[in-house]
Structure formats: C-alpha cells, structure tokens
Design a protein around this ligand. Structure first.
Ligand code: FAD
Length: 348
C-alpha cells in the first residue's frame, strides 16, 4: 500500500480534508488537475466576489484575511487565500495530475492518472467539485441557434458582449450576477428563468444563510424545533451589482422558452426574442467520471453516501464538497469544514 489516504482535488474541499489529515499521523497525498492552487475560483469571471464576508468564509484553522476597506472578498483574494493555505499547512499537493480512474485493488483502492502514474491507498476522498462539468439543459433547437453559446463556467467579462443581443438563461446567483453586468454593455439583455427568481432580502447575505443553516443543523442534532428557513443557498443574494441592476429596472425575467431557432428563442404562445449570443447559467454536475470503474455513480450523477460522505457501496471511498448531499453547505468555504472533519475522523 502506497498511502493511507489519497485525496483527489485540491480546491477548498480537498484542502480542508488535508488540514485534518495533517493533524493526524496517516500518510496522505492530494492530487489536483489544476495548473496552480485555487480550485474552481481560478476559473470564475473577472468581477466574481464571495457573497459572504471574509470572517464567514474561512477554511479550518486559519481565517481569511479581511478585504482592505471592507466588502466581500473578490475572486483573486480567495485564490490568494487558498494558495497561502496550502503553503501554511505544507499540504502535499501534486499537480497537474488528472485522475482518470479509481478501481478496487487486492488491498485498498487503486488511483490512476492520465500520465500513467498509479497509487494504492487504504482510503480515497473524492473532492473534485463540479466546475469541470457545466450543465446545459436539452432544449429543442439548441443545435439550430446560429450564434455562440457559452456556459457561465466560461464567462469572463461584460465587454465581450458589448452592443449584442444577449439571452441569459438561469435563475440562480450566476444568472442574476451575469445579467446585472451584461445588461450594462449589451444592446439588449433578456433574462429567462425556470421559475420566478427568488431574491433574498437586501440584508441577508451568504453569511446570514450559513448561520441559519448551522442553527438548523444544531437544533436537529439536539432534538429542538429548527428555526424557520430564511431562504436556500441557491436563492439570489442581493450583492451590490444585482441591487444596481434592480435600481436600473432590468431585473425582470421571462418564463422558459419552448425552443431555439437560428435567430433567437420562441415561446409557446409564438412570441419571439432575437439574440446574437446565449449565456447558459444553468449550473453544474458533480465531476465523478473517475469513479465509473467502481460502479457507484447512480443515474442521477450522484453517489449514495452516509451522513459522513462515505459511499454506501464502497466503504473505502468518501465524497466531499459536492453539495448538500455530501453534507449541509459542504460546497461553501465555511461549510466544508464540518464535512471534512467528519470524513477524516471516520477514516481514523
Ligand atoms: P473545486 O473548487 O472545483 O475544486 C476541485 C479541484 O479538483 C480543482 O482544483 C480541480 O482541478 C480538481 N479536479 C477535478 N477533477 C479532477 C480529477 N479527475 N483529477 C484530479 N483533480 C481533479 N462558495 C462560497 O463559499 N462562498 C461564495 O460566496 C460562493 N460564491 C459562488 C458564486 C458562484 C457564481 C459560484 C458558481 C460558486 C460560488 N461558491 C461560493 C461555490 C464555490 O465556488 C464552489 O462550490 C467551490 O469552488 C467548490 O469547491 P470544491 O473544492 O468542492 O471544488
């Protein structure tokens, strides 16, 4: 056996696992496909900022430095924090290593990389996030639309859409934030959402949502009635650019269209909106291709796991950071600590 524990992915989830492993005496290695530290934050758009203050966005052990002058940390501050975090705890990250397969071995699990390298480990923590698997719904006419289509995963800046007619599809935080800034440069920006978007009150940010989720978790553990939910982590946080878009009167959405045609979208009642370009803000799916040889990935693209993220069908595998199904708020900086601590404690 090469190692006690192999962690796949060195985003915020993999680093949190590394922190708890570092405190024990198990041998471990973290493999990461990225060219440098920062996980998905390296790929966020230019203006992307956290929707929680630095004080509520810390990984275990070390607070994120506050933003000089106040405000929410921008994307580059998160990348700098994750880079420094890796160095501070001397986490053994090896990159770029693209893991292609995890298989059952005579003892433990075998982890294989694209360059032919392979390791065996007693336990594997998969923390590969979702960014590399953007999701676009299968809408009729998608292949007929004549203009470019991009996913929010690859969106960079509003200047790229100057004087264009843009359709922004998706009612989450990405859709709202991209609509807010694209509507400043585009000739026309139309927002299309599945349901009417749910805007949180102006004074409820990610930090408040996280505190409320923690209070609910504690109440459930202690058998008390949980406080009422304030809104989900998927609801739209009124960050300053979204408030500005509301003040400009552009924060309105249309219901889903029936199909796309070459020049734009068509609704069931025959109404049409012309578009030069389409931005899909329709979310992501867990990046779990490397687990295919284990046969644990279900039809919905997830793995059935216990409360600690342990795969029910493979007891040497843990999943970390993919969303609430791998631990409440585990896809957030502040929320992943609880899930990482539980997984590493169980590995022992
Ligand atoms: P990632 O950050 O995606 O890290 C996964 C790592 O695994 C990457 O480095 C990748 O290269 C690597 N990897 C993937 N596949 C393989 C493989 N096969 N082999 C080896 N390595 C691999 N969260 C907050 O806490 N606060 C916020 O304010 C916030 N705002 C957000 C706003 C937007 C618009 C979006 C889209 C997300 C936001 N998030 C926020 C969520 C956050 O960005 C992600 O949930 C988070 O990056 C997930 O961390 P992770 O470590 O699970 O995955």
């Amino acid at each position: 056996m090469d190692l006690d524990v192999l962690v796949i992915g060195a985003g915020q989830a993999g680093l949190s696992a590394g922190y708890f492993l570092r405190r024990g005496d198990r041998s471990f290695q973290i493999l990461d496909a990225g060219q440098a530290a920062g996980g998905a934050w390296r790929h966020g758009w230019d203006s992307l900022t956290l929707f929680s203050p630095a004080a509520q966005s810390a990984l275990p052990g070390w607070p994120m430095p506050a933003v000089p002058g106040g405000g929410y940390p921008p994307r580059d501050a998160v990348i700098a924090y994750l880079t420094a975090y890796e160095a501070r705890y001397a986490l053994p990250v090896r990159r770029p290593v693209q893991v292609t397969a995890v298989r059952r071995a005579a003892e433990g699990l075998q982890v294989e990389a694209a360059d032919g390298a392979a390791w065996t480990a007693r336990a594997v923590i998969s923390a590969t996030g979702t960014w590399s698997h953007p999701f676009i719904p299968d809408i009729p006419g998608r292949d007929v639309f004549a203009g470019p289509q991009i996913h929010s995963a690859h969106y960079r800046r509003p200047e790229d859409f100057a004087r264009k007619s843009v359709l922004v599809v998706g009612g989450g935080n990405s859709g709202a934030q991209i609509l807010a800034e694209v509507s400043r440069t585009a000739a026309q920006a139309t927002w299309v959402t599945d349901r009417p978007p749910v805007f949180l009150p102006d004074d409820v940010d990610g930090g408040v949502l996280f505190d409320r989720a923690t209070a609910r978790w504690q109440a459930e553990r202690e058998g008390r009635p949980p406080p009422p939910p304030l809104g989900g982590l998927g609801n739209i946080v009124m960050v300053p650019p979204v408030m500005e878009a509301r003040a400009r009167g552009v924060l309105h959405s249309l219901p889903p269209f029936a199909r796309l045609e070459a020049e734009g979208a068509v609704w069931a009642d025959g109404s049409r909106v012309a578009a030069d370009v389409l931005i899909w803000c329709t979310g992501f799916r867990p990046a779990l291709d490397h687990l295919a040889p284990l046969g644990v990935v279900e039809a919905d693209g997830r793995v059935r796991v216990s409360a600690t993220g342990r795969a029910l069908a493979e007891p040497r595998l843990w999943l970390l950071g993919y969303g609430d199904w791998t631990g409440g708020a585990s896809a957030t900086l502040a929320g992943v600590t609880r899930a990482a601590r539980a997984a590493v404690a169980e590995i022992g």
